[in-house]
Design a binder for this molecule. Structure first.
Ligand code: ADP
Ligand code: ADP
Length: 228
């Protein structure tokens, strides 16, 4: 589904953020990327989304070089959830969720119906929440909206970059449970960045341990626990 072949990224100031990175993420798999701050996790995510270009090597999605995709098509097919909650403050929750589906010119009725389903999926009653403004929701609720907004246009790939790190432990656990539910229900290909090992083991079908831009270990959680 997503394949990195000998990918390196050197930033303009000479920082080697990702070094000779080779990795396959399978369709329907959740891969967690874990490692200390600065090890190249965010850079890896930005490369998938073509927010930045590799210095060398190639990235494929469905066996096609990502450079050969139309950039909008590529991004529409990838949901991106960031650590910083990035809802548009002047749009209602419903409007926030509808942005990409509307750009895709989906049927308005279909969009509204799907919005309700998505809100219910993360435990928010649509009749209460869809007309609220983002600042009328708690941090955890806003982050839930961030997650379902990334799902709204039904992308094949979802990238999550430390989506829960700003949350209190209870919201965090609830959202982890939401993600697990999603994994079962929708079987998306998910790349999930975290620096919390418990979270990486809980959510990952496989865990990719990074250090200084390289893969140190890549294995299923059980194997990783046995060979720390
Ligand atoms: P993380 O939470 O992933 O550790 P950082 O706090 O290291 O993130 O970085 C936050 C943002 O700043 C990232 O988007 C990263 O790309 C950018 N950034 C980090 N280091 C530099 C740098 N030396 N020069 C420019 N941008 C940087
Ligand atoms: P992580 O997400 O694991 O914290 P990043 O991918 O954000 O790591 O950063 C990897 C390395 O690249 C770090 O040394 C960081 O300072 C550096 N870096 C990130 N973004 C930039 C940038 N825009 N310019 C220069 N260096 C950067």
């Amino acid at each position: 589904m997503i394949e990195f072949k000998n990918v390196s990224k050197v930033y303009e100031d000479g920082t080697e953020a990702v070094k000779d990175f080779t990795l396959k993420v399978r369709r329907g798999e959740t891969l967690t990327l874990i490692g200390p701050s600065g090890c190249g996790k965010t850079t890896t995510m930005k490369l998938i989304n073509r927010l930045i270009e590799p210095t060398s090597g190639t990235i494929y999605i469905n066996d096609k070089n990502i450079k050969d995709y139309n950039i909008h098509q590529l991004r529409w097919n990838i949901g991106y959830v960031l650590q910083q909650i990035a809802l548009f403050p002047h749009l209602t929750i419903e409007e926030n969720i509808s942005i990409v589906p509307e750009m895709k010119k989906w049927n308005k009725k279909e969009i509204l119906k799907r919005n309700d389903e998505l809100l219910e999926m993360v435990g928010l009653d649509p009749s209460i929440y869809k007309n609220r403004m983002p600042n009328e929701l708690s941090g955890g609720q806003q982050q839930r909206i961030g997650v379902i907004r990334a799902l709204a246009a039904d992308p094949d790939i979802i990238l999550m970059d430390e989506p829960f790190s700003a949350l209190d432990p209870i919201s965090r656990e609830q959202l982890q449970n939401d993600i697990q539910k999603l994994q079962k229900e929708i079987k998306k290909t998910i790349v999930f960045v975290t620096h919390d090992m418990d979270e990486a083991l809980k959510l990952g079908d496989r865990v990719c341990l990074m250090k200084e831009g390289r893969i140190v270990q890549l294995d299923q959680p059980k194997q990783l626990i046995m060979n720390p």
